[in-house]
Design a protein around this ligand. Structure first.
Ligand code: SF4
Ligand code: SF3
Length: 536
C-alpha cells in the first residue's frame, strides 16, 4: 500500500501499512485498481469520441468521489464499481485506443487486484515530479468528482465538466512534460471554479438562498437523528419524512450550513447543531444516543457503541454498517432511522459547545449588506479579512487555528467555509458594527461564495483581487480542499498560507513552482504568520 493523498498521511510522507484514516491495505489496493480502470475507461471513451455518453460521465465522477479520503471503506462497494467500470470500458469500440494496459486489463478477483498494485498504485510513476503532478491532478479531479456528484443529485449536469474529468484522467496515462502537466493542473483549478458555481446554483435553486442564521447547539429533550456530511438532499428528504414523527433532526459537521437555507429551515424539528467537525465524531455519535446518517465524507471507523445506529448513504460506506440505497427515482426511505430514533434517549448535552453558532453568510446574504461592509472598511473599522476556510483534522497542531483566530486584531474579520471553522466558530469574537467577526459562508464548496464576495469588494474599490486587504490562511485535509486551492490559484489569488503541513505529494520541483508563481507558503508560528497576514 502507498497512499499520500491526505494531510494526515503517515510521518508526512505516505501510508504504507494501513492508513491513519483507517483504510487497510486491501481496500487501498481496490481503490488503486478502480482509479487505474477509470483512466482506461476515460482514455477509451475520449478516443472513441463517445465522451457525451450519459452513463460514463457521472459514473467516473462518482467513482473518483468514492476514493476520496474518509468516504468509502467498503471493498465490496468498490468491487461493484470495478465491475461496472470494466463493463462500460469494454463496451466501447474504438480504433484509436491508446493501447495502455488500463484500457484492457481485467481484475478477476481480490488476488488479482493485490498482485497488480505495483502497476495500479501511485508509485508506478517513477519520475518524482511527474508522479507529483499526476497525483495533484487526480486529487483535484476527486474534488471535482465529489462536487459534481453533489450537483448532479440535485439535477444539475454539465457535459463540459464531465468531459474535462475524462480528458484529464486520460492525460495521467500520457507521457506529458512537467510544464504540460502544470498547465493541466491549472485547467483543473479553472474547472473547479465552474463546478463550485454549479453546486452553488444547484443548492440555491433547490433550497433558496442562505440567510444569516443563528443555530442552537443545545439539544432538546426529544429523541433525534443526527445528519452529517454535505448532501442537502438527504437532509431534505429526511426532514419531510420525519416531520410528524415526534423526533428532532440535528446537523453535525459540514451539515451545519443547512440551517440557513429557507427550504430546510422551515421545518421546526430541524432542532440545532450537535457537536463539531468529523475528528470528534466517535465521542459525539456515542453521546448523541440516536441514529446517525452519514451522507458523504468524513466517516471514521466507528466504535461498537453506536454501530447499530449508524447508517451510510450515497457513495459513503463502511463494512458492516447499514446502507440506505436510493430508489431508481432518486428518493430514499429513511423510515428505519425514524423508527429507531423513537426508541432512543434524547441527545446528551455536550460540554464543549457554546450556546449558538452563526452560519449562512453566503454571497447573496453578505452582498445584501455590502454597503455596511464597505462602509466599515472605508471608516477603518474593518482593516483586514483573513480567509481561514478549509478542513479540520485530528492532529494536535490544528490548535494553531484556534490560537490564530484568538490572536487576530479586533479589526480583522475571518471569512470561512468548510469544517475548519469548528476550530474557532464557538469563540466569543463578537462583531464589528453588526458584522460577525466570523463570516461563515457554509460548506467547503461554499468557498465559492468567498470568491464572489472578494470579487465584489475588489470591484467596489476598483482594485485587483490581490490588492484587497484580504489574506489567506487555509487549512487542508482531503482532496476537496486540494480542488478549492487549485480553484483559488486559477483565479490568480496569490500568497496563500497553507497548513498545517504542506502536501506530501508535492515534489520539490512542484513546490518551487507553487512558491515562485503563486507565493504559497507553509504556516509557521502565530507571531510570524500574524505579521505577514495581518500587517499593522
Ligand atoms: Fe493515509 Fe490519508 Fe491515504 Fe488514509 S487517505 S491511507 S490517512 S494518506
Ligand atoms: Fe471537512 Fe471532511 Fe474537508 Fe468539507 S468534512 S471540509 S474534512
Amino acid at each position: 500500500m502507498f497512499c499520500y493523498q491526505c494531510q494526515e498521511t503517515t510521518k508526512g510522507s505516505g501510508c504504507t501499512v494501513t492508513g491513519v484514516c483507517g483504510k487497510d491495505d486491501v481496500t487501498g489496493a481496490y481503490q488503486d485498481a478502480l482509479i487505474y480502470l477509470l483512466k482506461g475507461l476515460a482514455a477509451k471513451n475520449i478516443s472513441a469520441k463517445k465522451e457525451d455518453q450519459a452513463d460514463v460521465g457521472l459514473l467516473v465522477a462518482e467513482s473518483l468521489f468514492m476514493t476520496l479520503t474518509n468516504v468509502n471503506f467498503d471493498k465490496a462497494a468498490i468491487w461493484d464499481r470495478i465491475t461496472e467500470v470494466t463493463r462500460l470500458r469494454d463496451a466501447i469500440k474504438t480504433d484509436n485506443c491508446p493501447a495502455h494496459d488500463s484500457c484492457t486489463v481485467i481484475f478477476k478477483n481480490e488476488e488479482d487486484i493485490l498482485k497488480n498494485v505495483s502497476k495500479t498504485g501511485v508509485l508506478a510513476t517513477k519520475d518524482e515530479d511527474i508522479r507529483s503532478l499526476r497525483e495533484l491532478l487526480i486529487y483535484g479531479l476527486k474534488g471535482i468528482g465529489a462536487y459534481y456528484s453533489h450537483a448532479a443529485i440535485l439535477g444539475q449536469n454539465d457535459k463540459e465538466i464531465e468531459l474535462f474529468i475524462q480528458a484529464a484522467l486520460a492525460d495521467t496515462i500520457r507521457d506529458l512534460t512537467v510544464p504540460d502537466m502544470i498547465s493541466k493542473v491549472m485547467e483543473c483549478g479553472s474547472m473547479g471554479v465552474k463546478v463550485l458555481a454549479l453546486l452553488d446554483a444547484a443548492n440555491t435553486k433547490a433550497y433558496g438562498d442562505p440567510e444569516i442564521t443563528t443555530v442552537s447547539t443545545v439539544p432538546k429533550n426529544r429523541p433525534g437523528i443526527l445528519v452529517t456530511g454535505h448532501d442537502l438532499k438527504d437532509l431534505a428528504m429526511l426532514l419531510e419524512q420525519s416531520k410528524d414523527a415526534g423526533i428532532d433532526i440535528y446537523t453535525h459537521g459540514e451539515m451545519l450550513p443547512a440551517h440557513a437555507y429557507p427550504e430546510l429551515k422551515k421545518y421546526p424539528h430541524l432542532a440545532g447543531n450537535y457537536g463539531g467537525s468529523w475528528p470528534y465524531q466517535k465521542e459525539e455519535f456515542e453521546s448523541f444516543n440516536g441514529p446517525v446518517l452519514v451522507t458523504t465524507n468524513c466517516i471514521v471507523p466507528p466504535r461498537d457503541s453506536y454501530k447499530e445506529r449508524l447508517y451510510t448513504t450515497g457513495l459513503t460506506g463502511f463494512p458492516g454498517i447499514a446502507h440506505i440505497d436510493a430508489k431508481p427515482d432518486g428518493s430514499k426511505d429513511f423510515s428505519v432511522l425514524i423508527n429507531q430514533a423513537k426508541t432512543c434517549s434524547p441527545p446528551k448535552p455536550l460540554s464543549s459547545s457554546g450556546p449558538n453558532l452563526i452560519t449562512g453568510c453566503a454571497h447573496k446574504a453578505v452582498l445584501s449588506i455590502a454597503d455596511t461592509v464597505i462602509g466599515a472598511i472605508r471608516a477603518g473599522d474593518i482593516k483586514r479579512f483573513v480567509v481561514m476556510a478549509g478542513c479540520d483534522g485530528r492532529q494536535r497542531d490544528r490548535a494553531y487555528y484556534t490560537d490564530f483566530a484568538r490572536a487576530l486584531p479586533q479589526d480583522a474579520v475571518i471569512l470561512t467555509a468548510g469544517c475548519a471553522k469548528y476550530r474557532y466558530n464557538y469563540l466569543p469574537l463578537g462583531d464589528i458594527g453588526g458584522i460577525p467577526r466570523v463570516i461563515d459562508a457554509g460548506q467547503c464548496n461554499d468557498s465559492y461564495s468567498l470568491v464572489v464576495i472578494a470579487k465584489a469588494l475588489a470591484e467596489a474599490f476598483g482594485v485587483g483581487i490581490n490588492d484587497l486587504p484580504v489574506s489567506y490562511n487555509i487549512a487542508w485535509y482531503e482532496q476537496k480542499a486540494v480542488l478549492v486551492l487549485l480553484a483559488l490559484l486559477s483565479l490568480g489569488v496569490k500568497d496563500i498560507t497553507l497548513g498545517p503541513k504542506l502536501p506530501a505529494f508535492v515534489s520539490p520541483t512542484v513546490l518551487k513552482v507553487l512558491v515562485e508563481q503563486f507565493g504559497i507558503a507553509p504556516n509557521t508560528t502565530i507571531e510570524a504568520d500574524m505579521k505577514r497576514l495581518c500587517p499593522a
